[in-house]
Design a protein around this ligand. Structure first.
Ligand code: SF4
Length: 222
């Protein structure tokens, strides 16, 4: 059994992405990721400030925040699913906070381990045009198929290279499950990116779509 978790940082801040933008949350950043997106600007790797927690220590530090929601982010927090399963089993009720999972949407097997304890799943649908990584849509389909037990929405980071076939594939998948799609322009926003046009291409195919940039970057908060 995994009885410790390595954490890059834990901090209170304002959620800057997606439909919960503006909500105070306690952010817990894990230290590993299974992907290497070309736009990644998150410093999640272990350094001398990273800390290891056992179950009790982890509970105490999460409990000490007055934020009503804990956002597990990374890196990829589902790589810590074994620890999180044990932790939630022991402490979710006593923690008395909403569990918000920010995930790259590629590890359905690990999501299954902890889905009973998660309240909101904020997943990505990764486009080859933006990430440089190629995924079959089946990867995200399998993931949504488990996440749909709870509240779930999907973020799509895009840039000027997004293709019409990507828009068709993503909207077809979203429509299958009726999930909210969040269109998030890659930062910094390129001068050649026609945001209106791309939004309309999505909207003409699927109405449950919103355009929300990374608000924390405009506000200069973490
Ligand atoms: S999944 Fe997220 S943390 Fe991992 S490389 Fe991509 S952008 Fe970075």
């Amino acid at each position: 059994m995994t009885d410790k978790i390595k954490i890059k940082e834990i901090f209170d801040s304002i959620q800057g992405e997606g439909p919960y933008v503006g909500e105070k949350q306690l952010f817990v950043r894990t230290t590993k990721c299974n992907l290497n997106c070309k736009y990644c600007d998150t410093d999640f790797l272990c350094d001398e400030n990273s800390k290891e927690y056992n179950f009790d220590e982890f509970f105490e530090i999460l409990k000490s925040s007055d934020a009503q929601t804990v956002s597990f982010t990374g890196g990829e927090p589902l790589l810590e699913a074994d620890f999180l399963f044990e932790f939630f089993k022991r402490y979710k009720n006593r923690l008395n906070k909403k569990i918000y999972l920010e995930t790259n949407g590629t590890n359905a097997k690990n999501l299954k381990k902890i889905i009973n304890y998660v309240d909101v799943v904020s997943m990505d649908i990764k486009l080859k045009s933006a990430t440089g990584l190629e995924f079959s849509l089946i990867t995200f389909d399998d993931f949504i198929n488990i996440a749909k037990e709870k509240e779930v929405f999907a973020k799509v980071v895009f840039d000027e290279n997004i293709s019409n076939s990507e828009i068709t594939e993503v909207t077809t998948l979203a429509k299958k499950y009726g999930i909210l799609l969040i269109l998030q322009p890659k930062m910094p926003i390129s001068s050649t990116l026609n945001i209106d046009e791309i939004f309309e291409k999505f909207y003409s195919k699927y109405k449950n779509v919103r355009l929300i940039p990374q608000v924390h970057k405009f506000l200069n908060v973490r």
